[in-house]
Design a protein around this ligand. Structure first.
Ligand code: BMA
Length: 346
């Protein structure tokens, strides 16, 4: 299949205001502002975005922090004056509450945030690069200024997202460990899921979706925005990566960039969110707009926020080209209709 022929672009609309957030709107040092978590809290849209700044060379930046933006309509954003979390702050908090080695340069950066609100309480999940590997972290917050560490994965794991409510008495998350050995090819990474009684202790870990089950890619997949509840199941985006070494993609941060990141879509069982009941057999969003095709790493769409409005509109927020934040919308019923049952495993 040629993914450039996006048959879905009639029902899913990229916002004419895209990109809806760029580094120019940030009142502190910012080069690339992308991969954001978004939630609607008391009628206000809250975004926590990743900011890579002080570009050095190659893929290296001098700094990375998380910033906060607010919006009344989910389209026009105002960025708060100061970032809300950086590696130095994380080092202090984690050294106090977790392990004193975390105060000694163990943490390199905290990035790719996702927000979930459960029973009125906000949680932030993020990836954290440390000297001993990449970890998924779950933080509890009341104000997006101070954070309580609830859980850290073992390495290597990231792209963690929480479900917005307890299901059959348990919390659930999706996650993406990196099986470097044992999968036979580089970057054959998949989506896994775990359950917890309290958001601290995680277990009952299961494989949710294998990358080979996604028909339009040949590389890795991972969870994207936290799932939303619909009458037919938990609807959630994934990111899905296709690598074509015969074609160099536009990327000012990587002269050898060959990976295209698409948004995909799946539906999970309402009572058992560790079971996939539907998967779109084509990408939901492909990086064909100029702000998606060219940037720090072009051809990247990386959803981190999904909001279901009262009228059935779904807002999907995504990082574009590892450079800016963009928005696409669709009706929830049309998204559900795209999710087809998976073929029976052979
Ligand atoms: C992934 C993560 C994301 C990034 C994407 C594309 O592995 O590092 O933060 O958006 O690659 O570069």
């Amino acid at each position: 299949m040629r993914v450039n022929d996006n048959m879905l672009n009639v029902m899913i609309k990229k916002s004419p205001q895209n990109p809806i957030l760029t580094a120019d709107q940030v009142p502190y040092k910012a080069d690339c502002v992308f991969n954001a978590g978004v939630a609607k809290i008391n009628g206000e849209y809250i975004m926590v975005f990743r900011n890579d700044y002080d570009y050095i060379s190659g893929a290296a930046f001098g700094g990375c922090n998380l910033g906060l933006a607010r919006s009344k309509d989910g389209i026009a954003w105002e960025v708060e004056k100061e970032p809300i979390l950086n590696a130095e702050q994380a080092r202090e908090w984690f050294a106090d509450s977790h392990d004193e080695r975390f105060g000694l340069g163990e943490i390199r950066r905290v990035y790719d945030p996702r927000i979930t609100v459960i029973d009125g309480q906000s949680y932030l999940c993020a990836a954290m690069d440390t000297r001993h590997g990449i970890l998924g972290v779950i933080l509890k917050t009341d104000d997006f200024r101070s954070f309580e560490l609830l859980s850290l994965t073992s390495p290597d794991n990231r792209n963690m997202v929480l479900f917005p409510e307890k299901i059959q008495g348990k919390y659930y998350r999706l996650e993406r460990p990196f099986p470097v050995y044992g999968r036979g090819k580089a970057e054959a990474f998949e989506i896994w899921s775990s359950a917890s009684p309290d958001l601290r202790y995680w277990g009952d870990t299961r494989l949710l979706l294998g990358s080979e089950e996604v028909p339009y890619i040949n590389c890795k997949i991972g969870p994207a925005a936290p799932p939303i509840r619909t009458p037919k199941g938990w609807l959630t985006t994934i990111h899905a990566v296709n690598k074509d070494e015969s074609q160099l993609l536009k990327a000012w941060g990587d002269q050898k960039w060959t990976k295209s990141y698409y948004a995909g879509l799946m539906l999970l069982d309402l009572e058992n969110p560790q079971k996939v009941i539907g998967l779109s057999d084509q990408p939901l969003l492909i990086p064909d707009a100029p702000y998606e095709a060219d940037g720090f790493r072009g051809s990247v769409i990386f959803p981190g926020g999904m909001i279901l409005e009262d009228d059935g509109e779904v807002k999907i927020y995504y990082g574009a080209a590892d450079t800016c934040v963009a928005l696409a919308t669709a009706h929830v019923d049309e998204l559900i209709a795209l999710c087809k049952p998976l073929p029976k495993p052979e």
